[in-house]
Write a protein that binds this ligand. Structure first.
Ligand SMILES: [Zn+2]
Length: 323
């Protein structure tokens, strides 16, 4: 059982400021942090030092319960974790948020969203919310890609034709991720449900000339460093934004649904390709943001997708921020 009252005590604007989150954001208790779409959920801005962060809501997958979803937990375990976080137990809520950084004059997007219904029919909102936030897609100069799952890359490609939506942006991805998915013979080795994804990647990405492949943990844009976070996929990456004395860890899918994986970091999802490595990476990354007292955001965290972690027994407690 989570101790909501203790977490209520630690929330506050001063703490938010200490963690590098714009103090104008209010931190709400998890019970109020429902990720279902609602008014005002289109986009949200906060700052990390001098970097403007815009969180853009793409939509939500209301994932039906499935005994295979978490390899080492039952549907009942999953429902109990959702209920403890104050969320619906009717389905697993998997919202999707895309982050755009403004560093100086440069616009840097992290992942591309899910391509207007190409992943789920209920995730179609990124273009409209980008427009509402005043961001011109043609002005995005760099796209940092965490991994090659559909909800993170289908927004790079037009439906059907696969034409590039951002032909002039530099596409940055870890070399291990790119090489794994594009290796000759890969499609045949994938499980059946992943074969269409692998085939699409192999048909499209090698024909694009705007990929930059990164080996190791390098600075990939001004003040933004790639952090190796393998397990979810072989080359899955997080990105650490630093400005002044503030930092934000963009964790992508390292701890995708905190309601489940904060209290149970050892759970291995069916989408964690290497389950034990994904769990090890998750603990390492969360321990790091706790030790460094920095904010973290994730693609599937409750909108606007940012928050902080603290230790809680053998797991963690996640405190989201919400507009
Ligand atoms: Zn994802």
């Amino acid at each position: 059982m989570l101790d909501l009252s203790r977490r209520d005590v630690i929330v506050g604007a001063a703490l938010a400021a200490a963690f590098g989150i714009n103090s104008r954001l209010a931190i709400v208790a998890p019970a109020l942090a429902q990720p279902a779409p609602g008014p005002g959920m289109g986009f949200h801005r906060y700052t990390v030092g001098s970097v403007d962060v815009t969180a853009l809501y793409d939509g939500i997958w209301r994932k039906p319960h499935d005994p295979a979803f978490i390899r080492n937990a039952s549907i009942e375990d999953t429902k109990a974790a959702l209920a403890a976080a104050g969320m619906t137990t009717d389905y697993v809520p998997i919202p999707l948020t895309v982050v755009v950084l403004k560093v100086g004059d440069n616009l840097i997007m992290i992942d591309s969203g899910s391509g207007v219904g190409q992943w789920q029919s209920t995730a179609v909102s990124l273009p409209a919310n980008m427009k509402a936030a005043g961001i011109d897609p043609a002005a995005i100069g760099t796209i940092l890609i965490s991994h090659f799952h559909p909800d993170h890359i289908f927004g790079l490609m037009e439906r059907g034709a696969n034409a590039p939506i951002y032909p002039n942006a530099e596409l940055v991805v870890s070399a291990p991720e790119y090489r794994w998915w594009t290796e000759p013979g890969r499609v045949e080795k994938l499980p059946d449900e992943r074969k269409p994804l692998g085939a699409r990647i192999q048909a499209v990405f090698p024909t694009w000339k705007n990929f930059t492949l990164v080996d190791g943990e390098k600075e990939v844009a001004a003040g933004v460093r790639l952090v190796n976070a393998p397990g979810h996929t072989p080359g899955h990456s997080a990105f650490l934004v630093s400005s002044g004395n503030e930092q934000l860890m963009i964790s992508n899918d390292t701890a995708y649904v905190p309601a489940l994986l904060a209290p149970h970091p050892e759970w291995q999802g069916t989408y964690d390709q290497d389950g034990p490595l994904a769990a090890e990476t998750r603990r390492k990354l969360i321990d790091r943001v706790i030790a460094d007292r920095i904010a973290i955001c994730g693609a599937h965290f409750p909108f606007p997708g940012a928050g902080t972690f603290s230790k809680d027994g053998s797991g963690y407690a996640f405190t989201p921020v919400q507009a």
